[in-house]
Structures are given as C-alpha cells and as structure tokens.
Ligand binder design. Sequence first.
Ligand code: ATP
Length: 295
Amino acid sequence: MEEVTLLSPAKINFFLEVLGKREDGYHEVRTALALIDLCDEVHLQRRTSGLEVKCSDPRAPQGPANLAYQAAELFFHARGLGGIGLTIFIQKRIPVAGGLGGGSSNAAATLWGLNQLFDLRLSREELQKLGARLGSDVPFFLTEGVALAEGRGDLLTPLPPLPPLWVVLVNPGLEVSTAWAFSKLKMGLTSPDPDINIIDLMCRGGFPAILARAANSLEAPVFECYPILGELKQRFLSWGARPALMTGSGPTVFGAFPDEGIARACRDYFSMGGYFTALCRTLDHNPIFKGWKGG
Ligand code: ATP
C-alpha cells in the first residue's frame, strides 16, 4: 500500500473530575469520553525519504511540533524503520486547542494508518502503549469510542455505547491552555478516593444515570476567567440540552439533544452569534479503524 486516508474524530468529555495532584506532578483525573462525528482527515503517503507534515489550519503546527509528526517518528523508531519517507497531510475540521482532542486524534490516526501502510499488524493495545508516550488522550482514540479514563487519563475502561444523540458544539474562539486550567484548580496532594463509580452507573443505571451526574470540575475556574463560557452553558440549558457542558479544559461548550430538530435550531441560534458551531452525532464505532483509499 502506498497511501491511506483516515477519518480522525473529535471527542467530548461528558464527565470530568479532577481528583487531586499526584506526586509525579500530573493530576489524577476520572473522565468519561465519547467520540463524535466531527472529523479531520489524515492522509499518509509514502515517499522516498524525509518526514513532512502539512496541515490545512495554520493554528496547528506544520512541522515536528505536530503530534502527527511525533507519532510517525515514534512509530518508525519503535519498529526500526529508519530512513522511511512519509508525507502527512491533515485536513482540519476540529477547532485547534478546543478541548476536542484534535491533535491526539490525529496522532492516533497516524499510528493506526502507519500500521496499515506497512502491514505490521500491531494490536490496538500495542499502539495505545506507543500513543501514551505522546499524550494521555491518545490511547482513547484507539478504543471503540466510549471509555472511562483514569490516572493521568491513560488508564482506560470501555463503557457501553451512548444512545444516539445530537451534539451541538459552540466555540467562541478563546484560547484556554489545558495546563493553565489545571493550575487554577486549588487542591493539595491527594490520592484518589472514588465516590462515584461511573462503570456501575453506566452498567446499572445506563445513560440517564450518567446524565444526572454530568459535570466538569474545570468549569468553575475556567468560567471564572471567561464568563462567556458559563453564559453559553446557561443558554444551552435553556434550549433543553442535557447535558450542557464544557468539554475538557474548554473553550468548546456542547449541548446534547435526543431530537434533531431542536439540535438544528439551537445550532442555528448560536451560529447567528458569529461563533464556530457544529452539529454532530455521537458515534457507536471508531472511524479511525476504517482507513480508506489505500492504493
Ligand atoms: P489538549 O490535549 O491540550 O487538551 P485540545 O483538545 O484542547 O488539546 P488540540 O487541537 O489537540 O486541542 O490542540 C492542543 C495543542 O496541540 C495546540 O496548541 C496545537 O498547537 C498543538 N497541536 C499539535 N499537533 C496538532 C494537530 N495535529 N492538530 C491540532 N493541534 C495540534
């Protein structure tokens, strides 16, 4: 195979709890993540030599700082494939630095795509281990698409699929750094003391039980500095969205709806405010695993 193109989906966090600061400096988190059908396209093409990344969105890095570049470098190094040439082209549709995991998703798609391109048949678990070295969200993008992530965010437990939902995204274009959002949380050194068992909730109470607990601990500090994000959440709630939450460390806020008509009307309402908006669906499979155009 000479080339492959992969759909690289965004994620939303429908639950995110920061349990404390760990002795290694990372935060201990417990978060439930789901893939949605807002996708970048990652195109991988073999060439005679050199590694090159081009990206349609200038806000994402073009060269070695791009997570897709780092994923390819790591993959080649781990498999002893020095000297192989590759061009990566990323058509961005996921807003950059939006809390939607676009960079991590592109890295995961690159790992899976290279596995196909070189017919190496590494398991998903092996690729997840490689991906964890690039970022704690990367392994999630190599799962079926709904999971609980614990520890630094890289200890994954699959969760049952979500019911089909319409998800409206609104991104007012602010820059919120993930490290800054975590630094605003006031907490001491703690060890996790789980009082909510998401797996029990999902398996016994199903999705309605999760919806009742949907929350994001990063909302309070981020909303304090960026009140517009809290307002967007309130507007989603008045449209009947359940849940209405900030995803990750923001700034994207989303609302979920069972009804397509209301979701469309809500998306149109926010579009009129001049924000980036998208109307998406929850996914019951991971589109990364369906790479196409191999030739
Ligand atoms: P985080 O993992 O930091 O929570 P996010 O989901 O908010 O990320 P991303 O779109 O992944 O948002 O961008 C985070 C940072 O990663 C940005 O500063 C961006 O410059 C950098 N980055 C590196 N590679 C990529 C990529 N392929 N696509 C988007 N951003 C990338």
